[in-house]
Design a protein around this ligand. Structure first.
Ligand code: ASP
Length: 309
């Protein structure tokens, strides 16, 4: 029988409201293991770990590093892990974990768009489907399972503020579906050949959003910022004044990654002194940049990470 641990971090999936039509809710101390149907305990040995009780808007670097530690320890005695998480930053957490965890065992992240007291709450089925995905023989690595779909940690993004159909993988598509626990993969899950494992450091980087008519003042950034993700226009184009200012920063040793404000597409534009983000969105680009900077400050080495991770 497979051993699966459910690590609870908080989010809407662990929340309750006073009325089932009330949009306001608060995070409760529910043990999510208990909402699973009895029948699952005849197929897998399930345990619960209460890691945190936060809204994922408050997830920060320490949260990621501590969660990675918790997963590392928990996976040693389990076959798979399900992490319940707020949906606002679950895509970032998934990508971070996929870069730093040295395991191919299934790590499934799930959440809910509607709290557990809500009419048509989605958390119970999302959790059940995630446990079934965690048990599945073809599962491996970090995935998000939500709204009957399976997404890779690298590609998935949240695109809606309230709808339960809030997640898409805009570049490569979902990797499978789950219908009341029945898992079907469309493609094989791909695992990274090398990870940025044992990274206890997350180098300080920032994200700056470009807009028409922007002035340069914002680029007078503090010297302790080693890397900067700039959200340019489609295909990572930049206004001339911004580009010139970034060239100065690059000359001063700041690693610049240019991403795009479009939600999909592989960036084909190339810059001599900047990296472009390939298919990663700005939030995930920043995670990769910070982790890569903890290994090297060589721009060509970091460029390689953006082509392969
Ligand atoms: N704000 C919540 C969170 O990210 C939203 C959710 O869980 O759906 O924790």
């Amino acid at each position: 029988m497979k051993k699966i641990a459910i690590i609870q971090t908080g989010g809407t999936i662990a929340s309750k409201s006073s009325d089932k039509y009330d949009k306001n809710y608060s995070i409760s101390d529910v043990a999510l293991v208990e909402i699973l149907p009895y029948e699952i305990s005849t197929k897998a040995q399930i345990s619960g770990v209460k890691f945190s009780q936060i809204d994922s808007k408050d997830a920060d670097v320490n949260f990621w590093l501590n969660l990675a530690d918790c997963v590392c320890k928990t996976i040693k005695t389990n076959d798979a892990i399900v992490i319940t998480h707020g949906t606002d930053t679950m895509c970032e957490t998934a990508y971070f974990l996929s870069l730093v965890l040295d395991t191919n065992k299934p790590i499934i992240i799930t959440g809910a768009m509607r709290n557990s007291s809500s009419a048509s709450s989605d958390g119970e089925l999302n959790l059940y489907n995630s446990v079934c995905l965690a048990m599945h023989e073809k599962s491996s690595g970090v995935m998000i399972a939500i709204n009957d779909e399976i997404h890779s940690a690298k590609d998935v993004i949240k695109i809606h503020s309230t709808n339960i159909n809030a997640f898409v993988s805009p570049n490569f598509g979902k990797i499978g579906v789950i219908n009341y626990g029945e898992v079907n993969f469309y493609t094989q899950t791909k695992q990274l050949k090398s990870r940025l494992v044992n990274t206890k450091e997350f180098i300080k980087t920032q994200i700056i959003y470009i807009y028409p008519g922007m002035d340069d003042e914002i680029f007078n950034i503090k010297s302790d910022v080693k890397g900067l993700v700039v959200i340019g226009y489609a295909n990572a184009t930049l206004p001339e004044n911004v580009k010139n200012k970034l060239e100065i920063l690059a000359k001063n040793g700041v690693i610049i990654v240019v991403s795009a404000n479009t939600i999909s597409g592989l960036i084909t534009k190339e810059y001599e002194n900047f990296i472009t983000s390939n298919t990663l969105n700005p939030q995930k680009s920043r995670i990769l940049l910070s982790l890569a900077l903890s290994k090297t400050s060589n721009i060509n080495e970091i460029k390689k990470y953006f082509l392969t991770h």
